[in-house]
Design a protein around this ligand. Structure first.
Ligand code: PMP
Length: 424
């Protein structure tokens, strides 16, 4: 037996001080994450998370697919691979993108650990501390965390029902250029946006591309929901009409399974080359097993059938949410009507605050995400509801509970307003 020599005790020497990098100061838990523990309580219907439905995750098929991968190409699947990603999968990703009008070649594609990593890598290769990134307001909460972690300055541009407001976008670019700090990129989720469910209209797509091109600003198009459309056809991606000016991020998280952690970036070659280098330093290479599982699923199972099933499941839940909202919400509450994706964005009457209302909602048995999480500032009157995870029955129950909470909050506000008026 080997005897290990004890080293003299170190307990008289203090542990080293933790000299964290400046960038960690802006790494704070997201509002959504902090809410998950509350939302997970028994008896709470959570309309907060944006997770796929368990019924839409093809566990049985993936079990068989993984077995086939290990039997047919085990050593390759378990080996290190290229940082850019499996070449066969990159070709299949080009076929997946073709459904939204994108004509890409596999050498422009980088496989990533979900589109979240793609966003982190893109930010890493473009953003120096203090650089400006323009986003829609509201925008995807974890994109804000990524930009904060890279010490970017985030400039929000207003949206309306038709997506980002073109004139506001042009004004933001002009202002930043005049300050001598032109935007590094415009981050957008143009199709079934998280958190609003909105779609950037067809004419606006052209207008936005035109504004970005004239301002010399790259577009980062984040598109995890594009193929989950409830109408007949998908929308044409921004990247389809301006491949040189758009970095397109995609993901199998919402369409197949987030646990596989397979997403991608499609970018002009010069950008992809940098992203590959950034991947090497971050993680050497991606999971060969996960990539081959996705690749075999796409190659041997019915991708289109799987998508059709997922769309119909989410459409039913969207319908349940919209029907119930229309039936029970009091006057003064409004909401978006998503034509795909996972989310509805609800606006409360003036005077109510979704964040302040949250503890009462949890008491009332329903959870949502307050709008403030999706903005750098503001958003108090809004909240995000998701219909993707709970069953249609739970969705309806959650909306009924939310309506009760809003009515109680409103009545309480009325009482305090009356008290204030009488006291004056
Ligand atoms: N972008 C958006 C807009 C999202 O909603 C999400 C997931 N919620 C992501 C990116 C990240 O997804 P993933 O890394 O699982 O592909």
């Amino acid at each position: 037996m080997i005897s290990l020599q004890p080293i003299p005790p170190l307990d008289t020497v203090p542990a080293p001080p933790l000299r964290f990098a400046d960038r960690t100061h802006r790494m704070v838990p997201s509002e959504t994450r902090a809410l998950f523990s509350m939302a997970a309580r028994e008896n709470v219907v959570s309309l907060a998370g944006g997770m796929p439905s368990p019924e839409a995750l093809p566990a049985e098929e993936l079990r068989a697919v993984l077995q086939e991968v290990l039997a047919a190409e085990g050593p390759q699947a378990l080996q290190y691979g290229s940082a850019q990603g499996d070449p066969v999968l990159r070709e299949q990703i080009c076929d997946v993108m073709a459904a939204e009008g994108i004509e890409a070649s596999p050498d422009e594609v980088l496989v990533t650990v979900g589109s979240q990593q793609a966003l982190d890598l893109v930010t890493r290769v473009f953003v120096n501390p203090g650089d400006s990134v323009v986003t829609e307001g509201p925008t995807y909460v974890t994109a804000l965390s990524t930009f904060a972690a890279h010490q970017a300055r985030v400039v929000e541009v207003a949206m309306d029902q038709g997506g980002v407001v073109p004139q506001a976008l042009a004004d933001a670019f002009a202002l930043l250029a005049a300050e001598g700090r032109p935007a590094k990129f415009f981050y957008t989720v143009p199709t079934f946006q998280n958190p609003t469910g909105r779609v950037l209209g067809t004419d606006r797509r052209r207008e936005v591309l035109d504004i970005c091109r004239r301002a010399g600003v790259l577009v980062v198009e984040d598109n995890p929901y594009g193929l989950l459309h409830f109408g007949e056809r998908p929308h044409r991606a921004l990247c389809a009409d301006a491949p040189e000016g758009v970095i397109h991020l995609g993901s199998f998280s919402k369409t197949l399974a987030p646990g596989l952690r397979v997403g991608w970036a499609r970018a002009p070659r010069a950008v992809t080359d940098k992203l590959v280098l950034a991947t090497e330093s971050a993680m050497l290479s991606h999971s060969g097993l996960a990539q081959r599982a996705v690749s075999r699923f796409l190659g041997t199972r019915s991708w289109h059938g799987h998508l059709a099933t997922a769309r119909s499941l989410y459409r039913d839940r969207r319908d349940a949410m919209l029907d119930e909202l229309a039936a029970v919400m009091p006057d003064g509450v409004s909401w978006t009507i998503p034509a795909g994706g996972f989310f509805v964005w609800l606006t409360l009457p003036a005077g109510l605050d979704a964040r302040m209302m949250m503890p009462h909602a949890i008491e009332g048995g329903v959870a949502y995400v307050p709008g403030t999480g999706f903005h750098t500032r503001g958003g108090e009157r809004h909240l995000r509801l998701s219909y993707s995870y709970p069953s249609a029955g739970q969705v309806r129950e959650g909306v009924r509970r939310l309506s009760d909470v809003i009515r109680a909050e409103w009545a309480h506000g009325d009482a305090s307003r009356l008290q204030e008026a009488v006291g004056r």
